[in-house]
Every structure is written in structure tokens, then in C-alpha cells.
Ligand binder design. Structure first.
Ligand SMILES: *[C@@H]1O[C@H](CO)[C@@H](O)[C@H](O)[C@H]1NC(C)=O
Ligand SMILES: *[C@@H]1O[C@H](CO)[C@@H](O)[C@H](O)[C@H]1NC(C)=O
Ligand SMILES: *[C@@H]1O[C@H](CO)[C@@H](O)[C@H](O)[C@H]1NC(C)=O
Ligand SMILES: *[C@@H]1O[C@H](CO)[C@@H](O)[C@H](O)[C@H]1NC(C)=O
Length: 212
């Protein structure tokens, strides 16, 4: 009996593997955010953690005269259950500049999570139970000027996280209320941002070789 149940569970999990799909239900609207100002965005709150990690379908009704190409921001709100960063949003929204996930359970950012957003300027991952950030996270997103990693459990941040970015362009950097650091710079003061980056290197040291 137990074996039969295990076999059935196996079959079901295989089926899900094959039909791997993730539908995002967007509430479209215009929102004003720091640094970027007004953005036309997809806001979504219910993402099933049992379906695929790659977005395969986007539903929802655009404001009149708007379409997927007008969407420059994606805001995801979970309920502390979402354990991954959904991928392939850019297949539907090719012009994303701002990407936000709040209230998730994403313990580790391995480094390739936002590679698809080459024009990204704004990242806001607030309260996602994050502990570790790879040095590689911003390697494919050199235009970032707004970085928000507040309210998580951060202990380790890759030494070279900020290396791909132009520090003089950064307007906002926050690592407030984490385990190894509680600091934010909200006025684009380059000297202060460099000092924050040095504090990260000192108090949240992490060498990406641990991943390899
Ligand atoms: C959290 O959200 C997911 C996805 O919408 C849902 O399946 C789950 O039941 C929610 N959990 C709680 C505790 O509300
Ligand atoms: C997601 O994007 C990757 C990279 O472009 C692609 O290989 C993959 O097939 C996409 N997945 C889906 C479900 O479209
Ligand atoms: C960084 O940005 C400044 C302007 O804020 C610019 O003068 C400089 O050329 C940029 N550096 C690089 C390496 O792009
Ligand atoms: C920028 O930050 C540095 C270091 O915190 C500080 O000494 C300096 O006064 C700040 N400059 C301005 C213009 O606020």
C-alpha cells in the first residue's frame, strides 16, 4: 500500500514536471516609485509555489491603450511562502526597468535570478527572508541605480556584488534591518554608499566559491 502511494506521488510529480506552467494574474496600473517616478506596472499577489518557476502565461486586463510593451515594472507580493524568483517575465514584458518582490521566502539569490532584465534600474526585494546574495546578481544589470534589500535575514553578501555597477550613479541603497547590517543611504551620496559597500564586505563577508 505504502509503495503504491509512493508510486502514485512519483507519477503525479512527473506529470507536473511535464506540464510545468506558471500563470501570472496581473493587476495593471500606474504607480509612482522612488527614483524612477511613474511606471506602468503589473502587480500580482497570488503565485502558486507548486507550479513551474518559469512564467508561461500572463493574464489580466490592461488599462485602455496599453499593452505588454508598456509595462516597465513588476511588483510581486507573496505571503512569505514564495521560495523562488519567477523567471521569464521578460518574454511577456520586454521593457522591465523595475522589479520588486515583497513578503517571500527566498533564502538564497544564486546570481542568475535577474539576468533577463538587462535594462533594470530598480530592484526592491523587501522582507523575503533572504540570507545570502551572490556576487553575480548584478552582472547582467549594469544600469541599476536603486537597490532595496531591507527587512530580511541577510548574513552573507558576495564581495563583488556592486562591482558591475557605476557607484556614482546609485541613488538609493538599503540593507536596513538585516542580521549582519542595518543601514541605508537614500540621497545618492556616493561617499556614503561606498562606505555602506565597505561595511557589507566587512560585516557580511561571502565568497561565492562556496556555491561551486
Ligand atoms: C499563500 O499564497 C499561496 C499562493 O497564493 C496560497 O496557495 C497559500 O494558501 C497561501 N498561504 C497562506 C498561509 O495564506
Ligand atoms: C524561459 O526562458 C529561457 C531562456 O530564454 C528559455 O530557455 C525557456 O524555454 C523559457 N521557458 C519557457 C517556459 O518559456
Ligand atoms: C559613471 O557615471 C558617471 C556619471 O555619474 C560618469 O561620468 C562615468 O563615466 C560613469 N563611469 C563608467 C565607468 O561608466
Ligand atoms: C556624504 O556622506 C559622507 C559620509 O557619510 C558625509 O561625510 C558627507 O557630509 C555627505 N555629503 C553630503 C553632501 O551630504
Amino acid at each position: 500500500m505504502k509503495l503504491l502511494i509512493l508510486f502514485l506521488i512519483f507519477l503525479i510529480s512527473q506529470t507536473f514536471e511535464i506540464t510545468n506552467s506558471l500563470t501570472i494574474n496581473c493587476f495593471y496600473g500606474t504607480k509612482t516609485i522612488k527614483v524612477l517616478g511613474s511606471v506602468y506596472s503589473c502587480h500580482t499577489s497570488k503565485i502558486s509555489t507548486s507550479s513551474g518557476i518559469e512564467v508561461t502565461n500572463v493574464i489580466g486586463t490592461h488599462l485602455s491603450g496599453k499593452n505588454n510593451n508598456d509595462v516597465t515594472a513588476v511588483f510581486i507580493e507573496s505571503n512569505y511562502t514564495l521560495p523562488f524568483v519567477p523567471r521569464n517575465f521578460s518574454k511577456f514584458f520586454p521593457n522591465i526597468k523595475a522589479f520588486s518582490i515583497n513578503y517571500a521566502a527566498i533564502e538564497t539569490l544564486f546570481g542568475d535570478e535577474i539576468n533577463e532584465f538587462s535594462q533594470l534600474e530598480y530592484i526592491d526585494f523587501w522582507q523575503i527572508k533572504l540570507k545570502t546574495i551572490s556576487s553575480k546578481l548584478f552582472e547582467k544589470t549594469p544600469k541599476i541605480i536603486f537597490v532595496y534589500f531591507g527587512g530580511s535575514l541577510i548574513e552573507r553578501v558576495g564581495y563583488d556584488l556592486f562591482t558591475p555597477l557605476n557607484v556614482t550613479q546609485l541613488q538609493y541603497v538599503s540593507f536596513d534591518h538585516n542580521r549582519c547590517i542595518n543601514r541605508w543611504i537614500d540621497d545618492g551620496n556616493t561617499t556614503a554608499i561606498i562606505s555602506l559597500i565597505n561595511e557589507l564586505r566587512e560585516k557580511c563577508p561571502f565568497d561565492d566559491e562556496f556555491f561551486e
